[in-house]
Ligand binder design. Sequence first.
Ligand code: SF4
Length: 363
Amino acid sequence: MSTSSASLSAIRRKIEGRERISPADALLLWREAPDEEMRSLASLARARFHAPNACTYLLMRIINTTNVCVAQCDYCAFYTLPGQAGGYVLSQEQVFAKIDELLTLGGDLVGFNGGFNPQLSLDYYCDLVRAIRARYGDRIELYAFTIAEFLYLADHASLPYAATAERLKQAGVRWITGGGSEILTEDFRRRHSKFKYTVAQFFAAQAAIVAAGLRTTATMVIGFDETIEERIEHLDRTRRFQDETGAESFLCWNFKPYSTPLGDKLGNIEITPAEYLRHLALSRIYLDNIPRIRTSVLTQNERALEGLLYGADDFDLPIEDEVTQKAGATINLNFDKILNVARSLGFEPTYRHVALDRSAKAI
Ligand code: SF4
């Protein structure tokens, strides 16, 4: 037996014994384990939390409240600088129309995601959430907003994170998701997104959000120019945060490079579905403290459903996300066709009503 196969056997024994794997183990898995082995190990880890053929899904839309942004991330095709042509801010009526359409299609989750717009105060966001709660009550749930936006709002309002979280909570916010995290290493932030936040700020804000009694999620985006070591660092920081506080799910999607400065520089190449699935498997194995691992229909289309074989147990059926659509993502509103792909792979998808889930946060 070669040294690496002996090491892979040792890692398999750890996973079978529900023992945590190390960053070095993760690196070895990535470099040495065949795809079949990754899939098998991820299924073992998945089985700790879910029946083999069970999976859940959401029908949701992301509403992009404004495309005006000062952060200037080089992987973004969405933003317009203040004063440039094409900038917009949605009115409450425009937001309502988008929510009405979602309800008509049977969805009940709205994710908000927008630029860092210096013209919009914390009051704009609080008023928007209050108006939505007044109009729709508990018929929908809101992922409002992402931690990236939260950091900007706190900074813009010169408020501590705790006070910002409290203001949003009083307005009716229940979830602030881990959106906008891409790759959580300080070097990645400096390379591509130096005006957005530091990793230290990101986790300090997320801890304050949880301490305020709000719920949160973890996310990740791969396929920029990050190294495998950076991907593992992101997973490790996520796992450590989860040990201390609590995110309720982990969603990974892949970078859509089209019409972005970084994509132009790197030749507009996307990672393959096989690489995405392999990373999903690694995430399931590494994040042994997050029960819900989500696969991205938005960026992988029907291939995302294969993620259920690589450790995922949940997925979105999105009807809109301008940020990723502008960079090349495509949306398919034929939900039955997508669900049938899951069924053809041996899974029985069940609708997950976020709007009905009022349980206390799972820490
Ligand atoms: S990714 Fe978000 S924060 Fe970065 S430039 Fe685009 S809209 Fe702004």
